[in-house]
Design a protein around this ligand. Structure first.
Ligand code: PMV
Length: 317
């Protein structure tokens, strides 16, 4: 049996993070420059049924049977076996690697999960549909995030720009968005890891205490998202930039910014960027900056001088 692999891009949320956990829409796009990969090979020297998981980036090398139920890698592999009703798998090696920074809002957890599901089901000769892949990885997202919206697993599964809204536990709206005019986004890393589970938990506690106030902010974010979709579909880049700034203000009101984020947002605004906002969980991770093509090179340098540990320019299309 030859090796089978799957490679899955990262993702970035353009609009609507956090409010999306409360049933409002959000827009996210794949980021092809960073990827997670899973390779499955036969476990030639292993006893039958043993599955070896190797994830050198996070220093894991262990048999599936040794890993606890809540380990996301083990849970992913077990969920594929359960779905395919495989009680005695062949001896396997699953090797996972990723260039997606962890806890930076680039969807590393979801991309690793989707890569494992795709490679493993293909190796077992039982390719799963996009819907099955996304649903399985949503269950694993719960181990990473607590109460995920499902946007990460959706974008990494479909690998297309999506407008996403969770209507209920079992119902989501997923619409692929087209960009008539491609535009340039700079993804600038604050260098501060910020686990999404923590910020999502903080917003939830605050929402429980003052739900009317928070619901109002989520409604305002939803309006920004709807307008952003119109701006994307009509190619109005200036308008999109204004909406990014507006979304960032609303995320500040949710107490999700930090000094490092503000340094990057303000530096890019002063340098004339069309718009800038934090992206994903907040308090660290990445800032996204909308730039004209002419501005991009200069803005990358400005972002680095303002503290960005790395800047990924990406064309959204
Ligand atoms: O930090 P990220 O990019 O993985 O995204 C989290 C997005 C949230 O809206 C904060 C949470 C979610 O599950 O949608």
């Amino acid at each position: 049996m030859p090796a089978i692999s799957a490679s899955v891009p990262g993702k970035i949320i353009l609009f609507g993070e956090h409010a999306v956990v409360y049933g409002r829409p959000a827009i996210a796009v794949p980021v092809e420059q960073v990827r997670a990969k899973a390779i499955i090979t036969p476990g030639i020297h292993q006893p039958s049924g043993s599955v070896l998981i190797q994830a050198p980036n996070i220093k894991i090398e262990a048999l599936l049977s040794e890993l606890p139920a809540e380990n996301p890698l083990a849970a992913t592999v077990r969920s594929v076996f359960d779905t395919l009703k495989i009680s005695h798998p062949p001896a396997l090696v699953i090797r996972i690697s990723s260039t997606i920074p962890i806890a930076a809002g680039l969807g590393s957890g979801a991309a690793v999960t989707v890569a494992i599901i795709r490679a493993l089901s293909d190796y077992l000769g039982r390719r799963l549909s996009n819907e099955q892949v996304s649903n399985l990885s949503f269950e694993i997202e719960k181990l990473h995030h607590g109460t995920p919206s499902g946007i990460d697993n959706t974008v990494t599964t479909f690998q297309k720009p999506v407008y996403f809204q969770r209507i209920s536990d079992h119902q989501v709206i997923i619409e692929i968005i087209s960009f008539p005019k491609p535009f340039t986004i700079l993804i600038a890393d604050t260098g501060v890891p910020s686990p999404t589970s923590i910020t999502v938990g903080d917003v939830r506690r605050a929402w429980i205490e003052r739900s009317d106030y928070y619901e109002g902010i989520f409604d305002n974010i939803a309006e920004v998202v709807q307008n952003a979709r119109k701006a994307i579909e009509s190619g109005s880049i200036e308008k999109l930039g204004e909406l990014m700034n507006a979304n960032h203000q609303l995320l500040r009101e949710l107490d999700l910014s930090s000094q490092q984020i503000e340094n990057l947002v303000q530096a890019s605004q002063h340098a004339g960027a069309l718009g800038a906002k934090l992206s994903g969980g907040g308090r660290g991770g990445n800032v996204i900056v909308l730039a004209s093509e002419l501005q991009a090179t200069e803005l990358i340098e400005i972002l680095k001088s303002a503290g960005a540990t790395r800047v990924i320019p990406t064309q959204v299309r």
